[in-house]
Design a protein around this ligand. Structure first.
Ligand code: PGA
Length: 251
């Protein structure tokens, strides 16, 4: 059974001490009650990876991820981090193409495609994030934008990629950090569209997990998580506190 992935993206928040403390509190809050169909993924800032990794050691069902990486083994890339360094710090997963990387840091589809390929080739499980901006939604371009982001983002990888190694996160840009969530009908419609595209592009498209992200909270997660083709959530703001994220994990 492929489990639902409950991912916490801590972005540029938390010191080493705060991150390890939140991870500890989360483990205590969830205790023995991590549902057997769930996996928890913590994605702290780089400086806290090692500390959170040590906190998660021996905890079944908990994983660590990196928010970003540069697609090279090593070299003169000041300020960047490699897949091998993420793995060395305890990561199994990494995000690629988060909306803030696309729209604040200016990463383009071609570069993201290379990162997807390179990360997978270097033993990371990749979460490729896609999502439309509000203007694109208003113009009726959601399917066009997602088709383009998926087609380009996945173009360099093997059709035969394992469903355990690739995850897609649908995060409408207008719902990230705004308190606005897509309505359930829209989530179902978009996730079913993404599923269809994944089946077109990949051999195991039926099993690849599709996460929803964008203002997921303890009180809306319970309805989102059971929608068709929703295989988990990617949570920013509401994942920063153990109490709130533990309720999301168990929703
Ligand atoms: P949010 O962020 O939950 O704060 O909307 C989601 C994300 O950016 O992954």
């Amino acid at each position: 059974m492929i489990k639902k992935l409950m991912a916490a993206n801590w972005k540029m928040f938390k010191t080493w001490e705060q991150a390890t403390q939140t991870a500890r509190e989360l483990i205590v809050a969830i205790g023995q009650d991590l549902p057997s169909d769930r996996e928890v993924l913590l994605i702290p800032p780089f400086t806290a990876l090692r500390g959170v990794s040590e906190t998660l050691a021996g905890q079944k069902g908990y994983f660590l991820g990196g928010q970003n990486f540069y697609p090279a083994k090593e070299g003169a890339f000041t300020g960047e981090i490699s897949p091998a360094q993420l793995i060395d710090a305890g990561c199994r997963f990494a995000l690629v193409g988060h909306s803030e990387r696309r729209h604040v840091l200016g990463e383009k589809d071609e570069f993201l495609a290379h990162k997807v390929f390179y990360g997978l080739d270097n033993k990371l499980k990749i979460i490729l994030c896609v999502g439309e901006k509000i203007q694109e939604r208003k113009k009726g371009l959601v399917e066009q934008v997602l088709t383009s982001q998926l087609e380009k983002g996945l173009e360099k990888i093997d059709r035969n990629v394992s469903a355990l190694d690739l995850v897609i996160a649908y995060e409408p840009v207008w719902a990230i950090g705004t308190g606005e969530t897509a309505v359930n009908e829209d989530i179902v419609q978009v996730h079913s569209f993404i599923r269809k595209k994944l089946k077109d592009f990949l051999d195991h498209g039926e099993q690849i997990r599709i996460l929803y992200g964008g203002s997921v909270k303890p009180d809306n997660c319970g309805s989102i998580i059971w929608l068709d083709n929703v295989d988990g959530v990617l949570v920013g703001g509401a994942s920063l506190k153990a109490d709130s994220f533990s309720r999301i994990v168990q929703a």
